[in-house]
Structures are given as structure tokens and as C-alpha cells.
Design a protein around this ligand. Structure first.
Ligand code: ADP
Ligand code: MG
Length: 377
């Protein structure tokens, strides 16, 4: 197969954009409260690509989804607040109405694609967080228009595919979070490239159960125990290590704060990795040359159970390794500890980053590779 990164057209591959109308698919899915944007990070993140185009004389039309209006116009998900903020940051740049107001967006309806590309000369995808979906605005325009990945998407692809293709070793993946079934595919794929896996969060309990430890009333997924057992075996056979917690912090059956080893008594709930585990995980992160982190180590939203996540976040900041963080809640945790500037890359796409790591490709990237102006097309 051709180089998975170099075969995707970049902004340079658009040729001369002066006087041309360029549709930019952005991820303006910003957090809102009562019609007010609470964090405009995603709008600011799109500015480098927008500026690149406008400085070269292009007319930029942006388009994004916002929330889940499910194919119907809904004032609650109107783009008006985003449009107002965009007008302050990038005057003269247009923004279409919420793409998901039309069922054709999620349904990838050719009629909706035709509407999107009408009067448009070129297409740029800068919405990494939506690239794992074969939606109209992601896979449609590159079928006919000269297309490119925007600067934000390019960085994501270079960093995440770089982790798959040529990580510096030791490469450690630190995984946590709540839902193990969503992430087992990634765990399996990561076993091909990492030297060791570090597992915390609610995820660890299904693994601990697979090792035969009683896990009390902690969150786990009984139907994934066999898969976890198999993964532990596979890792062993391939000479890789899966590091699991050696101590757990949580609440006992009466709801009192408690610290345990790996065996939890009946009724006890584990909500964080213990201090011994956090120290051991820190050592592993400090000794690595590449670290990918997805999923908090505990229920960090509750101060009593934030220590494990905080310690791992601090290790990510302190290590000399190349550090990448993916996942909405992991990124939120980093930001909460004010360590988001201390890692090398925070991915803007939760699901998309995991899917790219797991499969090595995304529908949106595949579409760009097949665009009329793609290198080698
Ligand atoms: P990300 O968004 O980074 O991919 P997830 O969505 O998988 O992460 O998981 C984040 C959630 O997992 C957080 O809300 C956190 O409270 C929860 N969580 C982590 N560890 C535990 C635990 N031991 N018990 C219950 N919930 C947990
Ligand atoms: Mg999440």
C-alpha cells in the first residue's frame, strides 16, 4: 500500500486557491450552556487552516455539526452563537447551518452532497473528530472536488499514524476510562506496536476479574472477561507486559473511603488506582520514549478519586517521552489539572483517535486519498 500519510492531499495539493470558493469542514461542535459557548477552543483551532486559505485569496465557507439534532432543524443546536464568535475571530468567513439539521448529512445522501458542493471549487477537511463517520460532508465532496486535509487534521494524522508506523521504543499505552467493550479493539491493535500496556480506570476490573481476583461491586463487564483473559495470554506470548493496579482506592460496602490491594471485599467499589499503583505507573511513563494515554485512571470528577489520574497526568507532563493524549474525558482531566500544554499532542477526536490507532485509517482519510487531485490519483 502507498504511504498512508503521504497519499492524502495537503493544502499545497489544492494548487492556486486565489479567487476560489473553498468549503472547509470544521469541527465546531463546541460545548454550550443556555445558548452560550463555554469554550471556543475548537473555533480557534480551525483558524490556522482558515487563515492559510484566506491569505492566499480564497473565499472560505465553513460547515460543521453541533450536538445531535437528529436530522431536524432545532433552534437549540443553531450555529448562530458559533457564527457570531467566528465573525470576531475570522471576519468574512461564512458558516453554513448545522449540517445535522438535514437527514442527508448522517445518511450520506448524494442529494445533500450535491447541495454542499454547489458553487464550491475545492474542499478541505479539518474535522478530525468526525472523520471516522462516513457522513455526507466528510466523504461526499472529495468525490468530485479537488480536496485536502487541513492543518489540524494533518497534525492528528501525522501524530497518530506515526504512533502506529514508527514509534520510538519503549512505547507504552496507558488506558483507562469506563467502557472496556469500546476499547478492546484498540487494546488488541496496540499489542502489535507497544512494549507494554498500563491499565487503570474502571477498565482494570474486568482484567482483574479475568485473573481471578474478587472485585467487589466495582464497575466491570462480565461478558468481556474471556477476551481480557485471552489478551493477557497473547501479551505474554509476545513478550509484552500488561501492567494492572496493585492497589485500589474506593468505597467500602458502607460507603466509607477505603484502600485495598487487588482483592476487593464484597460490596466494595473501586473508583481509583491506589498510590502504590500511581507510583509504579509513573515509573513506567518516565522510562518510556513514547506514551499514548486514553481514559482517566479513576472517577476523577470526584476529588476523592482524582489522585490516580492527576499523578498519571503529571507523569505525562514530566516524562521526556513523546506524549499523546486521546479521549474527551482524558483531555478534560488534563485541562482540569492545567497540564494540557505540557504534553506533545492532545487529540481533538476521542472516537476518531482510537479508531485511527486501531484500524490505521478512517473513512474521511480514505475519501481524501481518492480525491481527483490526490498524489498518485
Ligand atoms: P475518554 O473520554 O478519555 O475516552 P471514557 O469516556 O472511556 O474516557 O471514560 C471516562 C469516565 O470513566 C469518567 O467519567 C470517569 O469517571 C470514569 N471512570 C474511570 N474510572 C472509573 C471507575 N473505577 N469507576 C467508575 N467510573 C470510572
Ligand atoms: Mg469519554
Amino acid at each position: 500500500m502507498a504511504d498512508p500519510i503521504r497519499s492524502i492531499p495537503t493544502l499545497e495539493d489544492l494548487g492556486d486557491v486565489a479567487g476560489r470558493r473553498v468549503l472547509v469542514r470544521t469541527d465546531f461542535n463546541v460545548p454550550m450552556e443556555g445558548g452560550v459557548i463555554t469554550d471556543d477552543f475548537r473555533i480557534r483551532a480551525a483558524l490556522p487552516t482558515i487563515t492559510w486559505l484566506t491569505e492566499r485569496g480564497a473565499t472560505v465557507v465553513t460547515a460543521s455539526h453541533l450536538g445531535r439534532p437528529k436530522g431536524q432543524p432545532n433552534p437549540k443546536y443553531s450555529m448562530d452563537p458559533v457564527r457570531a464568535r467566528l465573525a470576531e475571530l475570522a471576519p468574512g468567513v461564512e458558516l453554513l447551518e448545522n449540517l445535522r439539521f438535514d437527514p442527508g448529512e448522517e445518511g450520506n445522501d448524494p442529494a445533500f452532497v450535491a447541495k454542499l458542493v454547489e458553487g464550491v471549487d475545492a474542499y478541505v477537511d479539518d474535522a478530525f473528530g468526525a472523520c471516522h463517520r462516513a457522513h455526507a460532508s466528510i466523504v461526499g465532496p472529495p468525490q468530485t472536488l479537488p480536496s485536502a486535509m487541513g492543518l489540524l487534521l494533518q497534525k492528528e494524522v501525522e501524530v497518530l499514524l506515526g504512533l502506529r508506523e514508527r514509534p520510538k521504543h519503549p512505547f507504552v499505552a496507558v488506558l483507562g476510562g469506563s467502557k472496556i467493550s469500546d476499547k478492546l479493539g484498540v487494546v488488541e491493535a496496540l499489542l502489535n506496536t507497544v512494549d507494554s500496556l498500563v491499565i487503570g480506570g474502571a477498565m482494570c476490573f474486568t482484567f482483574l476479574a479475568a485473573q481471578g481476583h474478587p472485585i467487589g461491586a466495582s464497575l466491570w463487564e462480565p461478558d468481556q472477561v474471556d477476551t481480557c483473559r485471552r489478551l493477557l495470554e497473547t501479551a505474554g506470548e509476545r513478550g509484552k507486559t500488561i501492567h494492572l493496579p496493585e492497589d485500589i482506592v474506593g468505597l467500602d460496602a458502607d460507603g466509607n473511603f477505603a484502600t485495598y490491594g487487588v482483592r476487593l471485599p464484597e460490596g466494595a467499589k473501586g473508583f481509583d488506582i491506589g498510590p502504590g499503583t500511581a507510583a509504579a505507573f509513573t515509573d513506567i511513563i518516565m522510562d518510556a520514549r513514547t506514551v499514548f494515554w486514553n481514559g482517566p485512571m479513576g472517577m476523577f470528577e470526584d476529588d476523592r478519586f482524582a489522585a490516580g489520574t492527576r499523578t498519571v497526568a503529571q507523569a505525562m507532563a514530566d516524562t521526556k517521552a513523546f506524549t499523546v493524549v486521546g479521549g474527551g474525558d482524558s483531555a478534560a482531566a488534563l485541562a482540569q489539572f492545567r497540564l494540557d500544554d505540557e504534553v506533545d499532542h492532545v487529540s481533538t477526536g476521542g472516537g476518531a483517535s482510537l479508531e485511527l490507532l486501531e484500524l490505521g485509517d478512517l473513512p474521511g482519510l480514505e475519501a481524501l486519498r481518492n480525491a481527483p487531485n490526490a498524489p498518485g490519483a
